[in-house]
Design a protein around this ligand. Structure first.
Ligand code: PLP
Length: 380
């Protein structure tokens, strides 16, 4: 994966000048910084960035430059990355399961904020983490909630277990907090409503006053045709419901978006290798590459097609099946894409809103996956 020093005007110019045969992710630092400012202004609490969605150095540096002061990390490598690029920022180690060596590494790096969802992992933290100044958030889940991507399938204590864990955290001398992860690409503010009210119930049953409530990531980016999701409506709901549910005992709020912050800051240029007998489209990228996230959360409808001369294809659209470049039959997009009827072999399909779970999940499976990241002033 290469990073070029040229700054391009827009994807059309990259296509016209370079005619890239490999996938190219186009980054707009301006869009990333504007999104960070929108979250910092709009969210009623501390905004942190979930590093796993896109750990590129230029992403971390631009977020730090836009005043993001906390990072949600899941591994020793992510801890070291943030310590190097944003040394004064808070680290929230919110992978609820860690090996003992990983815990020791984090203590050494100065991690003060942790999450747990089980007795076994809490007892490891009690053994290995000095409690002074440290906060532990109990992660809980609501059984009946499923977002675009069901985060609760792997992590999250039931409400009853969360009550017991919160008491234990408090008694062990840590600052007691709660957290949840509502899913990913969640567009319905009511999901946060239900989780925040559950958090208030858990705190009340435990008889513990929360230090903070972390409302997770899961905020949507702009993937569907039509207007962008209204994150401000989600922020307003979170603010109002936190007041209603906790009253006097309202904790400070934290969020940890990945996709919501970085998603719209990248556009992805792919090329049509073949229109097989005029029908199915074979791209130079697929689900083992930059499009890995599409089968999990759905197709990206925001796309623009260009000829090799950089001109837009504006014909009426028709639905087509789209395959990736490998011979693996699962390497296809989850549903048909609406593509211009005048699309030709060697044209380009440019997917918008591709900053999260794209570069980072790219593999070299079957000899594909060469990918370049470039910077542009405009993504459209
Ligand atoms: C992955 C993850 C996030 C970020 O999710 P997005 O959908 O990218 O916002 C936040 N918190 C935790 C604990 C996660 O595992």
């Amino acid at each position: 994966m290469g990073v070029s020093k040229t700054i391009w005007m827009n994807p059309s110019e990259i296509i016209r000048v370079n005619r890239p045969d490999h996938p190219v992710l186009v980054f707009s630092p301006a869009v990333l910084q504007q999104t960070a400012v929108r979250y910092i202004r709009g969210f009623p609490g501390l905004v942190t960035y979930d590093v796993k969605s896109n750990p590129a150095e230029m992403v971390i540096e631009n977020l730090a430059a836009a005043s993001i002061r906390g990072f949600d990390v899941a591994s020793p490598d992510e801890i070291d990355l943030i310590r190097r690029l944003a040394p004064n920022c808070a680290l929230h180690y919110h992978n609820p399961v860690r090996g003992r060596a990983e815990i020791a590494h984090a203590v050494e790096a100065g991690v003060k904020v942790w999450s747990v969802d089980s007795r076994s992992e809490l007892s490891k933290l009690v053994d290995l983490v000095p409690y002074e100044g440290c906060e532990i958030s109990v992660r809980f889940e609501l059984a009946d909630e499923t977002g675009a991507y069901d985060a609760s399938a792997k992590f999250g204590a039931t409400e009853d277990l969360a009550v017991a864990l919160l008491r234990d955290v408090d008694e062990a001398g840590f600052k007691p907090s709660l957290t949840f992860q509502p899913g990913s690409q969640v567009t319905d503010p009511m999901v946060w409503d239900r989780y925040i009210r559950a958090a208030a119930r858990i705190a009340e049953q435990a008889g513990v006053r929360l230090h903070r409530l972390n409302v997770g990531g899961g905020f949507p980016n702009h993937r569907k045709a039509g207007p962008a999701p209204k994150v401000e409506e989600i922020f307003t709901t979170i603010d109002r419901v936190a007041g209603e549910a906790f009253g006097e005992a309202r904790p400070a709020l934290v969020c940890e978006p990945g996709r919501g912050l970085v998603g719209d800051a990248f556009t992805h240029i792919t090329r049509v290798k073949s229109l097989r007998d005029g029908g199915d489209v074979f791209l130079n990228d697929g689900i083992y590459g930059g499009l890995a996230d599409l089968p999990l959360v759905g197709n990206i409808e925001r796309l623009t097609c260009y000829g090799p001369d950089g001109r837009k294809r504006e014909g009426a659209t028709l639905p087509r099946t789209v395959f990736g470049p490998t011979c693996d039959p699962v390497d296809r997009l989850p549903s048909q894409l609406a593509l211009p009827e005048d699309l030709e072999e060697e044209d380009y399909i440019v997917f918008h809103g591709m900053g999260a779970y794209s570069a980072v999940t790219n593999t070299r499976f079957s000899g594909f996956g060469k990918m370049e990241i470039v910077t542009a002033l405009s993504l459209v």
